[in-house]
Design a protein around this ligand. Structure first.
Ligand code: IDP
Length: 444
């Protein structure tokens, strides 16, 4: 993930977890509700406005807040109970989820009605449209959260997700400069009831006078979007770019002897793991999958393996074990990956990204327990939407089963990782894998 420090006006960004200039990013302490409350108080954030992706950077903690090695070297982990306390004058804690997403705007408080006009003053809300260069003092308007149809169009045109909780729109405003004159009552700055923004917007390039909701507009609205279309991720769209689907041949395999080379050590690095159990139990008494392998449905709709970015000072194995604890609630005192479990590493020059892949073999009974525990994981329901088993068999039509599964979208190089592991763990033969990869769609 690419994250900002949650503290307003703090410019620190987590581009890769191996740190920028020694800055460390800490997630909120979700596993300790009492401590979480203290953090939220310090950050002046309401719990309902939090997100699992929020981080606070090390600049808001004192030296004494960090663990030390026996020789006194400062470690990257916070001492239990540490709370952020350092906020400079221009680095006040934020007040809303949306300021976290888009720090340039201070969003202020909840407002009353859509038609209410607000003028910007110091610390008052500002226009939420990206790159809006509105002069100070222009009226601001709330999003029409009382009218779902209207809200849908306002949010689409401004590039916001239509999937966010409606309550979040209570916090944002848009300034007068985005509304055509036809949107206003005569000699008034009051918006007409069905006014919609049409000027200088991120996801709208149609005529500026296309600015009042008429019945036909609702269904036609898609045709006036720019070719960027509906960006369901809103502002996250640009920051998430590096996690998207790989281009063909984007990843090359790193020879084992070079995994720790400077070139890769200086890049963004992540480690993921395939958890599996061998099994001869037939599915429906017919198909023999030979093994049960776990993957996850991720928050972005892709399939991938548990794991994630490597933190500053962490080795691959520590990182992958930590991520499995966070994402799957894996009890790493019982099951953990060691250096010997390394399967393969890949490199993307374009993304300056090294991806290391591990295996964790468990018994079938343990795998079932791992699946159950995963439902209670910290990240379940946010980063991880579910743990799945891969259908490793092919039905009589030579298409349904594993070939269909391979047609899904896989994050990063996880499909290449899966195939490498199936082959090196002798779960499927190279011929079986090739057949599955070559299967053409059938009408079923
Ligand atoms: O299962 C995987 N296999 C290979 N690469 C992956 C997998 N999951 C994510 N990635 C890649 O790893 C990087 C870190 O993503 P991830 O979402 O796992 O990290 P995070 O949980 O630390 O935010 C991204 O570039 C993503 O494309």
């Amino acid at each position: 993930m690419l994250l900002n420090c949650t503290v307003e006006n703090c410019e620190n960004k987590l581009v890769k977890r191996n740190g920028i200039n020694g800055v460390i990013f800490h997630r909120l302490p979700w596993d300790d509700l009492e401590l979480l409350d203290k953090w939220l108080k310090a950050l002046k954030i309401k719990k309902c406005n939090t997100s699992h992706y929020m981080t606070v950077c090390s600049e808001h903690f004192t030296e004494n807040d960090y663990k030390r090695s026996p020789s006194g070297v400062k470690l990257t982990d916070l001492l239990h109970g540490a709370v952020p306390t350092i906020f400079t004058d221009n680095s006040k804690p934020q007040t809303s989820f949306f300021t976290y997403r888009r720090k340039s705007n201070d969003l202020g408080h909840l407002f009353a009605k859509q038609s209410e006009i607000r003028t910007r003053e110091n610390n008052d809300p500002v226009c939420f449209v990206p790159n809006c260069r509105t002069p100070t003092g222009l009226p601001l308007y709330n999003f029409p959260f009382g009218d779902k149809r209207l809200l849908h169009i306002w949010s689409k045109r401004t590039g916001l997700s239509t999937m966010y909780d409606t309550d979040l729109y209570l916090n944002i405003t848009i300034c007068k400069s985005h509304f055509h004159d036809n949107c206003f009552h005569e000699n008034s700055m009051q918006l007409k009831p069905y006014a919609i923004p049409s000027i200088d917007l991120i996801d709208y390039s149609g005529p500026p006078d296309n600015c009042c909701l008429i019945t036909s507009l609702y269904s036609e609205e898609n045709s006036v979007m720019t070719n960027t279309g509906d960006r369901t991720w809103g502002w996250l769209g640009s920051t998430e770019a590096f996690g998207r689907l790989p281009e063909p041949n984007e990843f090359i395999v790193i020879p084992k002897s070079q995994i720790h080379c400077e070139k890769y050590a200086n890049s963004t690095q992540a480690a993921h793991c395939l958890i599996y159990a061998e099994s001869n139990e037939k599915v429906f008494g017919i198909y023999n999958p030979r093994a049960s392998i776990l993957m996850q449905l991720r928050y972005d709709g892709y399939f991938g393996f548990p794991g994630g970015l490597i933190d500053s000072g962490e080795d691959f194995v520590t990182a992958v074990n930590r991520e499995m604890a966070e994402e799957m609630n894996l009890d790493t005192t019982i099951h953990s990956v060691s250096h010997d479990d390394h399967v393969i590493s890949h490199w993307s020059e374009k993304k300056n990204l090294a991806l290391h892949f591990y295996k964790l073999k468990v018994k079938m009974t343990e795998l079932i327990e791992i699946e159950k525990r995963a439902l209670l994981a910290r990240d379940y329901g946010s980063e991880v939407l579910g743990t799945i088993r891969i259908p490793l068999y092919t039905l009589g039509d030579h298409y349904r089963g594993f070939p269909v599964f391979l047609k899904h979208n896989f994050i990063g190089c996880s499909k290449e990782q899966l195939i490498a592991a199936l082959s090196s763990l002798n779960i499927l033969t190279p011929e079986e894998i090739q057949l599955a990869l070559n299967a053409h769609s059938k009408n079923v």
